[in-house]
Design a protein around this ligand. Structure first.
Ligand SMILES: [Zn+2]
Length: 167
């Protein structure tokens, strides 16, 4: 699935497979999954993370509101204050879907600009972090290391994310 299809289907910005929302819109406008069920990407990256989505909401709502206002004004012939009130009422049903799309677009926008967690997918990055951890004698980024006796593989736990295996 391409990134555009991922946005259209409201899928994870990293793998484009896991759903972002865990319920239909009528059962919770902003009912996000904590993480992607497929790749483990954490959607709610930090406190206040979705503040950025509010700006996208404005950008989506403003042209829609202007168009709605002009349409009502053109066809109704009402006074301007009534037109504004009618625009507000007629625009209310747009708010829930716009809020959802704003979050989806924000996730894609933010993950494109700052895909730091995606870097953790590369073995090279993990190896570098392990070397830093080892040289410091502790784990600066909550990176835990333990050996698995059965396979001899080293299991790396990254901040509570899924276990990853290094050769
Ligand atoms: Zn994913």
């Amino acid at each position: 699935m391409s990134r555009l299809q991922g946005i259209l289907h409201q899928r994870c910005p990293r793998c484009q497979r896991g759903a972002i929302f865990r319920a239909p819109i009528w059962r919770g406008i902003l009912a996000l999954h904590e993480r992607c069920a497929v790749c483990g990407l954490r959607y709610h990256r930090e406190p206040g993370y979705f503040l950025g989505a509010m700006y996208i909401s404005y950008m989506l709502m403003l042209p829609a509101a202007i168009l709605l206002c002009l349409t009502i004004w053109y066809f109704s012939g009402w006074p301007f204050d009534i037109v504004v009130l009618a625009t507000f009422i007629a625009g209310l049903p747009l708010v829930p879907p716009v809020m959802r799309w704003a979050r989806v677009l924000w996730l894609y926008f933010d993950r494109t600009l700052d895909p730091d967690l995606a870097l953790l997918d590369t073995g090279a990055y993990l190896t570098a972090m392990i070397e830093i951890s080892s040289s410091l004698g502790h784990c600066p980024l909550g990176l835990g290391l333990r050996s698995s006796g059965a396979t001899g593989a080293t299991v790396v736990r990254v901040g509570g994310f899924a276990d990853r295996y290094l050769p």
